[in-house]
Design a protein around this ligand. Structure first.
Ligand code: FCB
Length: 448
């Protein structure tokens, strides 16, 4: 082993991420609240309840985030709180968001705000949500209200979180609240309306705050062929284009690409100031897909996180960063994390993933920040409380909190702006020979 330090740029954003529905609690006007009440929708029929109690006391976790030394946090606003009935805006809810955003700024934590993170007002679902063009006007109106009341506090915006995940979970596999129409046709229609919503929101924010940085948070997953066969390879490439790249291409060109549709969208061309990447895992594909989009099986050496959530595959983070360099925009890792209730893997997960970012930065790739998912355990959608992503452990019944070892490590990383061999020895000693071996790799020799 050698003693060494991977140092990050001094203006790097060291962040964490959450979403409104997952942390706030009692979001009774949201489609998720309704969905939770019926049996069989959430694992073990769990309920979000008070969630992580952010509506009452986000400040407690923000104090912890500040003590950790983070300087950024990504959070979302719950549309159903701000506009509980069509065109009826709740000023008290907006005041509370103002307070939370101000609390962040007072603690030296820069907010990145997501406008749509998987949840809708119940009234919107009743009106057909993303299957009706009306949603674009509704979303634009909601965005305008937010920008007018809170925009002065928000330098960074995400319009839509993980549109592709949302489409799959909601319109194709039924794991998210049921829309009025389902299936491929509905999925493509919803995709087009999500993109129209993004374009409208982008323009609305930029008109009022030209300096604001606005983008989307795109789940980027490594898709590989299950066995090295021609059709599997072809399908993996095709699926990766549809799942990952097509979205950036549509945002660049300002038009729909097949299979999502055809036609130009007003305001969509070049409607992003940064690339937001949510990176979690890699999956394997087989052709024909037979019902499931991907195989939930991993290679023989794969390290897999709780509940068979996914393979821990740090190299994939470097790969996805590389894949978006051609767009020539700043890159933020807007989510990255794993479910790990025992904190068995998280310390090494942090070190190995941050090493990939450090490597990318050392090639002058413009990665400007990292937002770990998540600051605190929270309600994990259809998996309820069974999956724990927090740097802070939470008992949702008592609301007691405890900083995990990984939280302590992330604190050391954020405060020093670096990942060192000393930290690795302390928090993930099993990694030391891989990350800080101090050996020169054997190079191929010339034959004598
Ligand atoms: C992402 C979601 C986020 C959380 C993490 C684990 O897909 O954006 O809300 O559920 O996964």
């Amino acid at each position: 082993m050698v003693k060494a330090t991977m140092t990050f740029p001094s203006d790097f954003r060291w962040g964490t991420a959450t979403a409104a529905y997952q942390v706030e609690g009692s979001n009774t006007n949201s489609d998720w609240w309704l969905w939770e009440q019926a049996e069989g929708h959430i694992l073990e029929n769990q309920k979000s309840g008070l969630a992580s109690n952010w509506w009452e006391n986000a400040e407690a976790d923000l104090d912890a985030a500040a003590a950790m030394g983070t300087n950024a946090h990504r959070l979302s606003l719950e549309w159903s709180r701000i506009e509980p009935q069509p065109s009826v805006f709740d000023n008290k809810a907006l005041d509370r968001y103002r307070q939370i955003l101000q609390a962040m700024r007072d603690r030296g934590i820069e907010p990145m705000v997501t406008l749509h993170h998987f949840s809708n007002p119940i009234w919107l679902t009743e009106k057909g949500d993303f299957n009706t063009r009306l949603v674009v006007d509704y979303f634009q109106r909601f965005t305008a209200k937010v920008v007018d009341t809170l925009g002065d506090l928000i330098p960074k915006w995400v319009t839509i979180n993980e549109p592709m995940v949302y489409i799959i979970m909601r319109y194709l596999n039924g794991r998210f609240p049921e829309p009025q129409q389902k299936g491929w046709g509905a999925a493509f229609k919803a995709t087009r309306n999500l993109l129209r919503c993004h374009a409208a929101a982008y323009q609305t924010i930029k008109e009022r705050y030209p300096q604001a940085e606005v983008g989307i948070a795109k789940n980027m997953t490594i898709l590989e062929p299950k066995a090295d066969r021609f059709l599997n390879r072809w399908w993996a490439r095709r699926a990766s284009w549809i799942y990952n790249e097509a979205w950036w291409e549509m945002l660049v060109d300002g038009r729909f690409h097949r299979p999502f549709g055809r036609g130009i969208v007003d305001g969509l061309a070049d409607s992003f100031d940064f690339i937001g990447i949510n990176y979690y895992t890699r999956v394997y594909l087989k052709f024909p897909p037979r019902g499931r989009l991907w195989e939930e099986e991993w290679g023989p050496d794969a390290v897999v996180s709780d509940g068979n959530y996914g393979e821990v595959y740090p190299a994939g983070l470097f790969q996805v960063i590389k894949s978006v360099l051609k767009y020539d925009k700043p890159i933020y890792i807007t989510e990255n994390g794993l479910p790990d209730v025992e904190d068995r893997l998280r310390p090494s997960f942090l070190i190995t993933h941050l090493r990939e970012i450090w490597r990318a930065i050392s090639f002058c790739f413009p990665v400007m920040g990292y937002y770990h998912w998540s600051l605190v355990d929270n309600f994990e959608w259809d998996r309820g409380w069974t999956q724990r992503f927090g740097l802070i452990e939470l008992n949702p019944e008592t609301q007691e909190r405890k900083l995990r070892e990984s939280g302590r490590l992330y604190g050391e990383i954020c405060r020093s702006g670096s990942v060192s061999s000393d930290m690795t020895v302390q928090y993930a000693p099993e990694l030391i020979d891989t990350i800080f071996p101090g050996k020169t790799p054997d190079l191929p020799r010339n034959k004598a």
